[in-house]
Write a protein of this length. Sequence first.
Length: 163
Amino acid sequence: MVTAIYPGSFDPVTNGHLDIIERASKLTDRLIIGVLKNNAKTPLFSLDERVNMLKKVTGHLENVSVQSFEGLTVDFARETGASAIVRGLRAVTDFEYELQLAQTNRVLAPDIDTIFLTTNLKYSYLSSSIVKEIAGYGGEISEFLCPEVAELVQEKIDERRRK
Ligand code: ADP
């Protein structure tokens, strides 16, 4: 039985993330999406909002669940009984950081492996931050997100504009 975690900020979850989630769920018996409470970043969406969005868009995947976590990814993996960490790779620019992260995690927890899934070419340019930037300038974001997520991003941006 293979349990894996897929950690990230998911602020918000994009079609690129969803593609990785769907593919990773086929490779594992149980996939737990770990939504990181990162005190260093100020997210657009609260932790609960990010968890709820992910639950909505992954509801069709039986072996996928969503949890929030704080602290080290390897500790979250241990707590959930996971033996693998899934990460997505988009471009060379991701590689250096992801390699460093994976190697550090391997020193901290030699029994837990990192599995890299390369992006679907369709989404290789896509990131949560670029979506937020486009939405902030009033651009169309429906290509990049599930309809329910796109609606929430729009609401949040409109709310910020009114302030
Ligand atoms: P983090 O803050 O940890 O980078 P993200 O939510 O930005 O969290 O990303 C989580 C994971 O998903 C990372 O491994 C990232 O490389 C991957 N990822 C993000 N966008 C895409 C995409 N468009 N295609 C494939 N993987 C992606």
